[in-house]
Design a protein around this ligand. Structure first.
Ligand code: FES
Ligand SMILES: [Fe+2]
Length: 320
């Protein structure tokens, strides 16, 4: 599988990109920088200067909404174009590569793929709602393709072993172009009680998923951001927004602590498995594990179409 499926990826939380700062990033096997242009909108572009190769994030600064290279002072606008080259008679017509960028839901998203994006990640209302706590923000990296991180949500059997579920949950995957939804139930034992939770997972392309879990004790919205780092490593950033209990809002910090202890351990267990697992192109799936196959069919749309075989449709010269 190509390591960078086409789609939107969140590369930063908005608060991490303060005006006037250049932030260095590394995703998609590329050294990148992010900064805010004159209008405050974020730009995410390649990090290396076309003039002589300096890294714009290593000492570069933002001047009048452009990024200025630390080596010889060339400046590049938010669209990547060189707008100034000191001592040059004519400003060179060069640009640094970059991505279409959107900012909403407290996140900075970039789009990978050819041409202009044909769909958008919708707003995630919980991220700006007072009914939810500030998120628990947990980032981990694993030696795995991002598609496998996503397959996790439809891997019904792992809910028993990793998430303490008594039986595999019942799930239903529905797809609509680059969007997909999975609805499931999970029953788990907490302090000797069986607690039933439902969850609805909304997928927006290959890199963004919002999981809304509801139970009698706790409701949580998890924003799962999976982004390729390079062709071996993927990042999963989880932002968990815990709903404040309406009658006892002061209980929210305690709920957050309990949830944090539970959820983050389970993610660590998964990362340990991911770091060592291989991709089985033809896994031996049990009848109830059809979700993995369905998810793979949906996810295939984010890869470039395979090139036709060289002699497809043509008479083979070897055939007589
Ligand atoms: S290397 Fe960037 S201006 Fe020379
Ligand atoms: Fe899981």
């Amino acid at each position: 599988m190509p390591s960078v499926p086409y789609g939107w990826y969140a590369v930063l939380r908005s608060a991490e990109l303060r005006p006037g700062r250049v932030v260095s990033l590394h995703y998609f096997g590329r050294a990148l920088i992010a900064f805010r242009g004159a209008d405050g909108r974020p730009a995410v572009r390649d990090a290396h200067c076309p003039h002589y190769g300096a890294h714009l994030g290593a000492g570069g600064k933002v001047v009048d909404g452009t990024v200025e290279c630390p080596f010889h002072g060339w400046r590049f606008g938010a669209d990547g174009r060189c707008v100034e080259a000191p001592f040059a008679v004519r400003t060179p017509k060069v640009a640094i590569g970059g991505f279409p960028v959107r900012e909403h839901s407290g996140l900075v998203f970039v789009h990978t793929g050819p041409g202009e994006p044909s769909w958008e990640v919708p707003d995630i209302p919980e991220t700006g709602s007072r009914d939810f706590t500030e998120p628990i923000d947990d980032t981990c990296r694993a030696r795995i393709h991002i598609q496998e991180m996503r397959e996790n949500i439809v891997d019904e059997s792992h809910f028993h072993f990793i998430h303490g579920q008594s039986e595999p949950p019942v799930q239903d995957l529905r797809t609509d172009g680059p969007f997909a939804e999975v609805r499931g139930r999970i029953r788990r034992r907490v302090f000797g009680w069986d607690i039933d939770n439902t969850f609805d997972a909304f997928m927006y392309g290959p890199g963004v998923m919002v999981v809304r879990a509801h139970g009698p004790v706790l409701s949580v919205t998890a924003v799962a951001l999976t982004t390729p780092v390079d062709d071996r490593t993927s990042e999963m950033r989880m932002l968990y927004y815990v709903r404040k209990p309406s009658r006892l809002p002061l209980l929210a910090p305690a709920l957050k602590l309990v949830f944090r202890a539970e959820a983050l351990n389970e993610v660590r267990e998964e990362v340990r498995i991911w770091d060592h697992k291989i991709h089985q192109a033809r896994p031996v799936l049990l009848p109830h594990e059809k979700g993995i196959r369905a998810l793979r069919r949906w996810y295939a749309q984010f890869y470039p179409a395979p090139a036709p075989a060289p002699h497809e449709g043509a008479e083979s010269p070897l055939r007589s």
